[in-house]
Write a protein that binds this ligand. Sequence first.
Ligand SMILES: Nc1ncnc2c1ncn2[C@@H]1O[C@H](COP(=O)(O)OP(=O)(O)OP(=O)(O)O)[C@@H](O)[C@H]1O
Length: 500
Amino acid sequence: MEESVPVWELRNVTKRFPGVVANDSVSLSLVAGRIHGLLGENGCGKSTLVKVLCGVHQPDSGEILCARRPVVLSDPIAARRAGIATVFQEFSLVQTLSVAENIYLGRLPRNRWRIDWPAMREGARRVLGRIHVAIDPDAIVGELSTAGQQLVEIAKAIAANASMIILDEPTTALGPDEIAELHRLLLRLRDDGRIILYISHRLDEVVELVDEATILKDGRVVSNAAETPVEIRAIVRKMVGRVDEHFPKAANATGDALLDVRSIHTSNRVAGASFTVGRGEVFGLGGVLGSGRTEIARALFGVDVLRQGEIRLRGKSLKLLSSRDAIAAGIALVPENRKSDGLFFNFSGHENISIAGLGRITHGAMLDHARERRLAHGLIQSLRITPTAGTALVGELSGGNQQKIVIARWLFAEAELFVLDEPTQGIDVGAKIAVYQLINELTAAGKGVILISSDYDELLAMSDRIGIVSRGRIVAIRDARSLDKADLIKASADREELAA
Ligand SMILES: Nc1ncnc2c1ncn2[C@@H]1O[C@H](COP(=O)(O)OP(=O)(O)OP(=O)(O)O)[C@@H](O)[C@H]1O
């Protein structure tokens, strides 16, 4: 059939790094007018393959073909010229320039020797119109939301006439409405005959969106497009070799109050938030992006200092002037922005894990390295972090494995209250289940957990109660079992409107 002839084809592409075969003889066919999911556990080689396709890495062997002809994507410019556009999580936009300038960067329309500003604006307006995006071409990119910037990246790809658009974890910073809008746009681009290569660990989104999927494991294709049923359980089985309960929530008998937050205010968005967390309880924080969920976490961890109100832990009022005070009081935070909030790239996984819990491995003035290795290794196993992570430099691990190291660090620290801000973002399904099981272990031991998550299925399934955050306050608290996903989306959006 003419329509299933691949536009882009990878044949036996292999890419090695010292000590690891990141892509091991990968073959892949990408057909016009299809959304193709690229799936697999953390470290299986997805980003490496994307970097090969966008000219950042050169394969050690194998071939890349476009319309049956071999091509060499020697650098990112060559890949762009060949029609491949990539939307990375860290956008390549210039924040201080306008939308139109970004769309035409490197290809500014000229009228003789001068830049033709009206033509550029008009071109940008047309491209944005074609993809139904209502963004002003004159707006400064740095002033747009993350979702807005992502749409500009896509507009840039369309203006460059890309035949393939690659999106690597595009929804991590988006709310449910923005995700739906992005997906509608991708479907339109697909129907236009483009290839969309879509990478995500959010399998619910993937099965809703993609037409076909390839699954990688340890650098190899374990299931190609023809072999992969686009169905969550089948994908999980192929990815991790088994199917566990997706949300293994333990029934918690909630004990006495552990944390009592009384009308706290900070200079960073928190404006009168009050709630309690019991021993053995998972208290979820729901709300739209920017509602103040993360800022409440920052206040609890002493990153943002209180201007008003009180935080009491085990009945004792806390004075949190820094995260050191919070750690000393028994509070641990898995931060949302794990890359910038604290990995030491030139240290090993073991060292990165033990740093917040040195008290557990200190005898007098000496560090007990054997105990450090033993405890850290247990977490590496239970979180299914790549086995070499203990001794490898963290800077050389895949993005998802780096995230797991931060989670392991805070589980290593002995705390009473765990604040988990988007703990499963960017990690694979097997590790997600491991994180849920660890949450169960914490609550069974009488610890308190605050769970912040934009994945509403996860939030509903793993929380006991959910507080809806809007404009820095908790505007409603509900039993998680009394809510469904639609209620939660509606409650978060309505409250935001009411507070506006
Ligand atoms: N620049 C590099 N130097 C050394 N090793 C690397 C480099 N980039 C990737 N690797 C290794 O290659 C393997 C594949 O990594 P890659 O980032 O492609 O995985 P991934 O599937 O994208 O993972 P994630 O889902 O965590 O983002 C990993 O073992 C990783 O440690």
